[in-house]
Design a binder for this molecule. Sequence first.
Ligand SMILES: CC(C)(COP(=O)(O)OP(=O)(O)OC[C@H]1O[C@@H](n2cnc3c(N)ncnc32)[C@H](O)[C@@H]1OP(=O)(O)O)[C@@H](O)C(=O)NCCC(=O)NCCS
Ligand SMILES: CC(=O)OP(=O)(O)O
Length: 325
Amino acid sequence: MSDMFVAIAEKVKSGYPSIVFPEGTDERILEATVRLKKEGILNPILVGNLDEVNNKAKELNLDTSDLDIYDPETYEQFEELVDAFVERRKGKASPEDARKILKTPNYFGTMLVYLNKAAGLVSGAAHSTGDTVRPALQIIKTKEGVRKTSGVFVMVKGDERYIFGDCAINIAPDSNDLAETAVEAAKTARVFDIDPKVAMLSFSTKGSAVSPETEKVVEATRIAKELAPELVLDGEFQFDAAFVPAVAKKKAPDSPLNGEANVFVFPSLEAGNIGYKIAQRLGNYEAIGPILQGLNQPVNDLSRGCNAEDVYKLALITAMQGLAD
Ligand SMILES: CC(C)(COP(=O)(O)OP(=O)(O)OC[C@H]1O[C@@H](n2cnc3c(N)ncnc32)[C@H](O)[C@@H]1OP(=O)(O)O)[C@@H](O)C(=O)NCCC(=O)NCCS
Ligand SMILES: CC(=O)OP(=O)(O)O
């Protein structure tokens, strides 16, 4: 494991937070949580039917005897969750609706976080992103000053670390959305000791093509600079002009990025989601995330293509976000 994750694990261990995993019968979740508990890093709370979770663990030769397993069907404080959900949804859910909704593991787990019974949540190994994040958007909500959450990956290979976003949430971002993603991604970068140099990506570099798509990124760059004038941030850039110094000299000789960008803001969810998966699967970068930015409490999604190592690392990041809040 890279030094970065070893350091995060040490930090998390000192706080020993509880993190909730709504997918208690998923084998990757089971493998990662048993390891996290055994290493004394954090306290996993698995959601699911006790027998089903334990039987699945047995099949995998994993010992879940010292893990907390909460079943929404038998959870003693369920009515507390119902009341808090009805209050939070302000007229959008009756107590009967809430009782039904909170039987679903992602809503149940998210309410545990909202009520501070857990410090964060990791899900999405077996659920789509929509089903994983919707409870958080409705219950946890964004921090004051953040209009929309976005999902970034930390891309790791050896000592190399980059932030890619938005790869998960906003399907057709406008200029304001892109600017906000950029500013939040720079903050996320600092969490991983990356000194952010932010590139606003497009298929054009500094006006080499002009279209509504490129103009959206030009405008996003202007807004992001206004929001965070201290940031090293520029656009619009093709990936090579943002990343390869020799290409940057030719295509954008006057830019402060100098082809050294390490935070990449994609112009649409198509580009971001496809882009991170290509870097992961063809480029052999580890892709940890999506890490949701700008929420009041940490809730993070996984790709359904994840492995147990990805779950373990995203759990570490989630716990670290919780300690920082
Ligand atoms: C994220 C997503 C599920 C939200 O869609 P949705 O549930 O239809 O959203 P809605 O517009 O109905 O909004 C639901 C709630 O979430 C909030 N919300 C929606 N998008 C949000 C965002 N980006 N940030 C913060 N809140 C958001 C809304 O304000 C609303 O809150 P309210 O009920 O309290 O008023 C949707 O944008 C989506 O499917 N994105 C793509 C996910 C994906 O497949 N990614 C690729 C794989 S990672
Ligand atoms: C992040 C992501 O693409 O998730 P999934 O692969 O589950 O759709």
